[in-house]
Design a protein around this ligand. Structure first.
Ligand code: PEP
Length: 252
């Protein structure tokens, strides 16, 4: 059975006090919840990872970073390495988020290097990808998704996918209130599994958790998560509110 995952991407929100408080509330809210085959992950900003990870240690909550550089160290002002993230208590990293691609010029080539570095450091990757609105309107979303996966991930071996979580995030649905319909999500998730089967094998494709991201809220989570190939969600806005985040976890 594939692992279900609800991951909250806090983006550039929550200072230290707010991060500690929200972490505490999330831990408390799921303490008595039987999370059958489900992982809960939160991704605070770099500067708060250490304190959040300390609070989360030994609980049902795991902590991820939102980005990472592919080099180990050096003259890369403002960047953070895999070793640095691990040293403060996180072994999971979100890579390829559309905001990184859109505002910080991340390319598939850079992401391929980041993925390699994360795996070499025995980190788990939540790999984000998805089309923009014009690509969807032009019916190019299948091609776009396939090329994003091919360029950044398909140099890997099947065994490497044990440490990869995929997050399909149509850019037009991120932070817009617009959600892909459950059918649209299922259609593309099934397509992703098919190209993974073609490139690797069915067992690999069937074992990978594929999350959906894009304006998931308590009101729509259950229907989206009910789809066969949707294994959970990457949550932005709704992850900042403990009640909404808990309701989304309950919907899985
Ligand atoms: C995201 O940033 O990954 C995301 C899905 O955001 P939102 O839920 O706010 O659309």
């Amino acid at each position: 059975m594939r692992t279900k995952i609800v991951a909250g991407n806090w983006k550039m929100n929550n200072d230290l006090k707010e991060s500690k408080s929200l972490t505490k509330k999330i831990i408390k809210s799921i303490k008595k919840t039987a999370l059958k085959n489900t992982r809960v992950i939160i991704a605070p900003t770099f500067v708060n990872i250490e304190r959040v990870a300390k609070k989360a240690k030994g609980t049902k909550v795991e902590v991820a970073a939102q980005n990472m550089h592919f080099e180990k160290s050096g003259a890369f002002t403002g960047e953070v390495s895999a070793e640095m993230i691990k040293a403060v208590g996180s072994k999971i990293v979100i890579l390829g988020h559309s905001e990184r691609r859109q505002y910080f010029g991340e390319t598939d080539e850079m992401l391929a290097k980041k993925v390699n570095t994360a795996l070499a450091n025995k980190m788990e990757v939540i790999f984000c990808f998805g089309e923009v609105l014009d690509e969807r309107k032009a019916n190019n979303h299948f091609k776009v998704v396939e090329s994003q996966l091919k360029n950044a991930l398909f140099h890997l071996e099947a065994k490497d996918f044990k440490n990869i979580i995929l997050a399909y995030e149509p850019v037009w649905a991120i932070g817009t209130g617009e959600t892909a319909s459950p059918e649209q999500a299922q259609e593309i998730h099934a397509f992703i599994r098919k190209i993974l089967t073609d490139k690797y094998d069915e067992a690999t494709a069937e074992s990978i958790s594929i999350l959906y991201g894009g304006s998931v809220k308590p009101a729509n989570a259950k229907e989206i998560f009910s789809k066969q190939d949707v294994d959970g969600g990457l949550i932005g806005g709704a992850a900042l509110n403990k009640d909404d985040f808990k309701a989304i976890i309950d919907a899985i």
